[in-house]
Design a protein around this ligand. Structure first.
Ligand SMILES: [Fe+2]
Ligand SMILES: [Fe+2]
Length: 156
């Protein structure tokens, strides 16, 4: 079952969304990949891409003064760790390694791995950006130059 991108998952209509779409694409490719070599390569790609994405996202959170920054960072570390566990099962397969069984378990996990995080953790950050944007616009004492560029896709 492939993951479909939905507009309600949008965060910034920019780099964050582009990364999330790219990560979903890799996860969907993983779902349809049946060979051991292809599966392994996609897991490594997912691991590298997600580490870079988490790093960039954390930088934005910090830059925007997001109050849940540390908790969000812990969640990213947890996602990275759980992906490492999946990758390691493909790194050194045992004698009885059953690629289709491990693949279906990993695919099941990955179906929720990113989307649940976006819903539970990234969307609250989007809501923070929306509120921040609203406060900025309502306060005439703010200078335009003081307002950092990262904005949500839509305002409330
Ligand atoms: Fe995140
Ligand atoms: Fe994210």
């Amino acid at each position: 079952m492939t993951i479909q991108w939905r507009n309600d998952l949008q965060i910034d209509c920019g780099n964050i969304d582009n990364d999330h779409k790219a990560l979903i694409k890799i996860i969907n490719q993983f779902e349809n990949e049946k060979t051991l070599i292809g599966t392994h390569a996609l897991l490594i790609e997912l691991s590298e891409y997600s580490k870079r994405h988490f790093y960039d996202e954390e930088k934005i959170l910090l830059d925007m003064g997001y109050p849940e920054y540390h908790e969000h960072l812990v969640e990213h570390n947890w996602l990275t760790y759980s992906l490492t566990i999946i990758v390691s099962s493909f790194n050194s397969p045992s004698k009885n390694f059953d690629v289709s069984l491990i693949h279906s378990r990993a695919a099941k996990l990955l179906r929720h791995w990113l989307v649940d995080h976006i819903i539970a953790w990234d969307i609250p950050f989007r809501n923070f950006l929306i509120d921040r944007n609203k406060t900025f616009r309502a306060n005439p004492l703010y200078l335009v130059s003081d307002f950092k560029a990262h904005r949500p896709c839509f305002s409330r």
